[in-house]
Design a protein around this ligand. Structure first.
Ligand code: GDP
Length: 449
């Protein structure tokens, strides 16, 4: 899922690479490409419109970050907006304050409800809960048996009419009675979560809605979850609307995210229904299930490795004041070893160099350089600078031969290391002064290695 969308967005960002700033024309072209990408992914039109408008506004607006280049800025904006349409914060399950928490599942036949019920039960068990599954789908042949098979797989008991729990209705066909009886059973046997699986139909159907609404009234669920197959595209949205009107629900579970659908339903459902996606199911195995995290889904769509984390770290570590100070000093030519060290430390704030590089997309291609990079080089440079007196750091020209030997000893390095560093410093300073005069930002020169 999302493969085409990911590719398209990646192309859009590629077109921005190497640009110094975003022009109005760049923003328009980018917005157009994003619009096409989303429409092709089958995202609902109103959602696309809002999305593109928001991206455009933000790209034009104040958010000019010194730490990011235009391509990174656009990626950040698109990422933020994706997180937003996917629901923002992760929506956690609400548990009842007293008595068992009741979770009711609703959705069309084939959506994956019965499978999902067992997956959810397993997940709850892993969270330390003791769930009870309740089979209220008394319409579809084998539905009860299927739930029992799945319940066995995950080691969770199933409350079902076959076991003599017909809710007072001897023909075993009263799902409302079964649901009601299951709550009593849960209280008696101290289950703390009850998962009620309801009957679906192949299409939206008034009787099914009526039954689901009766079950809802009988068990007063803490959460009604609408289960929907992400493969059915925009039909998911009309179905969702029908369930919203007919039964109402608090959250959405997307199933079959492992399929190759274009993903538009997943991206639209939150905006269209106003209800968050809470869980996602991505395969037939009982463990193919997880809490839905909008931020993780967005980075998956952007297919950027952990580039968002990197961008955020860069923003945090980048100290604008310090950079300005350094730039001012440069133009006067009085950039010192202390400033050099400060810049090194800015790099270090980003974390391990190898880790940073690994977060970049395409890191695979530079694996060799990654492997040859010696993390300790920055520490060595730091040790040498710290062994100098303040006067020497201010003006390295005064460091003579005997002081070099002394500094090397203090830092546990050789004289050649000290010489190398001093040479690199002068070279970097010269380069930075040239750049400062030329008006460009000096960045972080003198990188070791
Ligand atoms: P229900 O009618 O809503 O109860 O749906 P079922 O739980 O019976 O699921 C319908 C079919 O979809 C079954 O064959 C499941 O194995 C399959 N299924 C359920 N969830 C997923 C999923 O996340 N991925 C895939 N690939 N198949 C799934």
């Amino acid at each position: 899922m999302f493969a085409t969308l990911s590719d398209r967005l990646a192309d859009t960002f590629k077109n921005l690479r190497g640009k110094g700033r975003l022009s109005e024309a760049d923003i328009d072209a980018t917005a157009r490409e994003i619009r096409i990408a989303l429409l092709e992914a089958d995202v609902a039109l109103p959602v696309v419109k809002d999305f593109v408008a928001a991206v455009k506004e933000r790209a034009r607006g104040e958010e000019v970050s010194q730490a990011l280049n235009p391509a990174q800025q656009v990626i950040k904006i698109v990422n933020d907006e994706l997180v937003e349409i996917l629901g923002g914060e992760t929506r956690r399950l609400r548990y009842a304050k007293t008595g068992p928490t009741v979770i009711m599942l609703a959705g069309l036949q084939g959506a994956g409800k019965t499978t999902l019920a067992a997956k959810l039960a397993l997940w709850l068990k892993e969270q330390g809960k003791s769930p009870l599954l309740v089979a209220c789908d008394l319409q579809r042949p084998n539905a009860v048996q299927q739930l029992q098979v799945n319940g066995d797989k995950v080691g969770v008991p199933v409350f079902a009419p076959e076991a003599g729990n017909t809710g007072g209705n001897e023909d075993g066909g009263d799902p409302v009675g079964v649901a009601r009886a299951s709550i009593e059973e849960a209280k008696r046997r101290l289950f703390d979560v009850v998962i009620v699986d309801t009957a679906g139909r192949l299409g939206v159907d008034a009787e099914m809605m009526g039954q689901a609404a009766s079950i809802r009234d009988a068990v007063q669920p803490d959460e009604v979850l609408f289960v929907v197959d992400a493969m059915i595209g925009q039909d998911a949205l009309t179905t969702a609307q029908a369930f919203l009107d007919g039964v109402g629900f608090d959250g959405v579970v997307l199933t079959k995210l492992d399929g190759d659908a274009r993903g538009g339903a997943a991206l639209s459902i939150r905006q269209v229904t106003g209800r968050p996606v809470m869980f996602a199911s991505s395969g037939e195995k009982m463990t193919d299930f997880d809490v839905f995290h909008p931020d993780r889904m967005a980075s998956r769509i952007l297919d950027m490795g952990d580039v968002m984390t990197l961008i955020e770290q860069a923003e945090k570590a980048f100290d604008q004041e310090q950079a300005l100070k350094a730039a001012q000093k440069l133009s006067g030519g009085d950039f010192t070893l202390d400033d050099f060290l400060e810049q090194m430390q800015q790099i270090k704030k980003l974390g391990s160099m190898t880790k940073i590089l690994k977060m970049l997309p395409g890191a695979g291609q530079i694996r060799e350089q990654l492997e040859n990079f010696d993390e300790r080089e920055i520490d060595r440079v730091e040790a040498i600078i710290r062994s100098m007196t303040p006067a020497e750091r201010d003006n390295p020209k005064i460091i003579d031969g005997s002081r070099r030997a002394r500094i090397a000893k203090g830092a546990g390095r050789t004289v050649a290391d000290v010489n190398g560093l001093v040479d690199r410093f002068f070279e970097a300073r010269k380069m930075m002064m040239q750049m400062a005069r030329g008006g460009g930002f000096a960045g972080v020169p003198g990188m070791p290695g």
